[in-house]
Structure formats: C-alpha cells, structure tokens
Ligand binder design. Structure first.
Ligand SMILES: [Zn+2]
Length: 111
C-alpha cells in the first residue's frame, strides 16, 4: 500500500561549494544510499470524461516509456521513478501532469 512521505529533506546539496548536484535521500530513513529500481508511466484516468487525450498511451507507451497502470483520479499522465534504499526501503517519485503544471509526489512503494 502506497502512502505519501515527507519531502522536506529529500534532497541536499551534494558538495559544499556546488549547487549543481543534489544528493537524494530516502524519505523513510533519510539514508543517502539509493539506487534506481524502475521507471514507468501511468495513464490518465479514463473514467473522468475530461481526461486529456495526451494522457493516454500509444502502443503501450506514454512519454516514450512503458505504461504500467492508471493515474487514478488524474486527467493527465505521470512518470514514476522507483528507488531502492540500501536500508530495504522502496519509494517513488511521481511526476504528475496537471493543467500545465508538474507535481512531484513522493510515496512509499511496494517492494
Ligand atoms: Zn531508507
């Protein structure tokens, strides 16, 4: 079951004298040893009559990556990146499109 996570300390400055790189921390334990696990897209929720046609996959892909489900309750699609923390946590960063804006949603992911 996914649950939203605290995002205030998700990223820190990677090096003291450079703001070009950010270091990602696990939103569950704050550890900085994280590894990319998977990437997939979520399609717009077709139950909403106002769903944007751009939110649906073409040949199983949306935004050029495989679609793996529905962005329930959203009229546009999303891209999800899942990460494994080396302390046995899995979490996701979801880039959800909505009315010309991109929301970043951080959730615990099933491992
Ligand atoms: Zn962790």
């Amino acid at each position: 079951m996914k649950r939203p996570l605290r995002t205030t300390s998700l990223f820190t400055q990677a090096f003291p004298n450079s703001s070009d790189w950010l270091l990602m921390h696990c939103p569950i334990c704050e550890g900085s040893s994280t590894n990319l696990h998977s990437a997939y897209a979520l399609e717009a929720d077709s139950r909403d009559r106002k769903s944007d046609p751009e939110g649906f996959s073409e040949h199983g892909e949306l935004y050029g990556i495989p679609s793996a489900g529905i962005a329930e309750g959203w009229r546009r699609g999303a891209v999800v990146l899942e990460f494994d923390c080396e302390n046995d946590h899995r979490f996701s960063l979801r880039f959800q499109q909505h009315k010309g804006a991109t929301f970043v949603i951080v959730e615990e992911a099933a491992s």
